[in-house]
Design a protein around this ligand. Structure first.
Ligand SMILES: [Zn+2]
Length: 409
């Protein structure tokens, strides 16, 4: 009799281990509220187990404690999520409205929303409702819906096929550029076909002002999603947007970003994006896509201006590609080239500093450099380089004196 109770207990402990495995808490998933959704699933499973136990059983207490701690973790996650939604700016709020304005969102969330509006006595935006009005359970059901949609997009077979074809075409263009000496193949750079392309979440992409990002350690690359996958008819529109972004992110992967470990002015974000986007357009052209480039206009304009000082722009561009894909020698060659054509020294470093100063000046009371300020600063430096390069290509000491916090004597 005693033995039987013992083995039942053991079985329950084992069941707990299984639950841990079924619902791992720490994942690399990049979807809003993913942890809260996992916690809720786990909680439901544990409640199911509890219903089979008698109240005076030891293991009942164990389940009870576990269930309570899960509930606490979940509340913490939901509060985090609410804060993130609360901080969405007016501009990005439009994306949220469009995202939730789909047929599937209507059928999953529409009724809850209308009841909330009735209670409030007026129309509510999705941001308002999620951040301020939705109960914990309602917020959780939104997150379950959202995670479901993102998972659907990430596992869509058409999208997967499309992305695989994209990668294949991309690699053949890269091989052509390497054969022509435009790109350098460095040791340890990651072949694009080993990189996993994953459709990202609007809360982590568009709303964080990112079109894509690359987790180097795990070779996962998240790309911006369309607003909805929805019915098949909208698929093409979505894939068209994804194609250019996927290539841009693959270019980041092929360039390797190893230069970022070094103290080099080419690691500045603006020139990294300018070169990446220029190469993206080049690869698109090689594959028969006519792209004028969708992003980083200001960055590319400034790069073009820096290179157009010489009559041989193609040479400058080739040196830039090599600097980003190559070794120390390639980086030095590019920087030396800029110094020669502008008849100055440390040209790129000075341009970077001028942009940094402009950002601080423009951010002023905002105190935070956002994408609008970043672009504006690049445009100011561009204009100054056209009208009066000496304003930008200052001597080093004069530049330092202009930095905020420089000692005034
Ligand atoms: Zn980029």
């Amino acid at each position: 009799m005693e033995e039987r109770v013992e083995s039942e207990k053991l079985a329950r402990y084992r069941r707990l281990d299984e639950l841990e495995e079924m619902y791992p808490l720490y994942t690399s998933e990049q979807t809003l509220g993913h942890e809260a959704v996992l916690l809720a699933q786990k909680q439901a499973a544990i409640l199911g187990e509890m219903s089979m136990l008698s109240e005076d059983d030891d293991s009942y207490n164990l389940y009870n404690v576990l269930e309570k701690s899960l509930r606490n973790d979940s509340i913490f996650e939901l509060a985090d999520t609410r804060n993130q939604i609360r901080s969405i700016n007016d501009y990005n709020e439009q994306y949220l409205e469009r995202y939730m304005n789909s047929e599937s969102a209507e059928s999953h969330m529409g009724t809850i929303m209308r009841i909330a509006e009735q209670k409030a006595g007026r129309d509510l935006s999705w941001k308002e409702w999620l951040a301020e009005y939705a109960s914990e359970a309602e917020l959780l059901s939104f997150l379950q819906y959202h995670n479901h949609i993102i998972e659907q997009q990430q596992t869509d077979p058409d999208a997967y096929e499309h992305i695989s074809e994209e990668k294949r075409m991309f690699m053949s263009a890269v091989e052509q550029l390497r054969a022509a000496g435009t790109l350098v193949k460095i040791e340890g750079s990651i072949p694009a076909d080993e990189v996993e392309l994953i459709v990202g979440d609007i809360f982590n992409m568009i709303m964080q002002e990112r079109t894509g990002f690359y987790n180097i350690g795990v070779d996962e690359m998240y790309i911006q999603q369309g607003y909805e996958m929805g019915p098949r008819g909208r698929m093409k529109e979505y894939l068209h947007n994804v194609r250019h972004i996927a290539v841009h992110e693959l270019v980041h992967a092929v360039l390797g970003e190893s230069f970022k470990q070094f103290d080099t002015p080419i690691a500045a974000r603006w020139i990294n994006e300018a070169v990446t986007e220029a190469l993206t357009i080049r690869i698109d052209e090689l594959n028969g896509f006519k792209d004028t480039g969708l992003t980083y206009h200001a960055e590319r304009n400034l790069l073009e201006l820096l290179l157009s000082k010489s009559t041989n722009v193609d040479l400058g561009m080739k040196l830039a590609y090599r600097a980003f894909s190559g070794t120390l020698d390639d980086r030095e060659a590019f920087l030396a080239y800029l110094d020669i054509v502008w008849d100055s020294s440390d040209v790129l470093e000075k341009v970077n500093q001028a942009i940094g100063l402009e950002e601080v000046r423009l951010a002023g009371s905002v105190r935070k450099v956002n994408s609008v300020i970043r672009v504006a600063a690049i445009n100011v430096v561009h204009a100054n380089l056209v009208t009066d390069p000496s304003k930008i290509l200052l001597d080093y000491e004069d530049m330092i004196a202009l930095l905020p916090g420089a000692a005034k004597e």
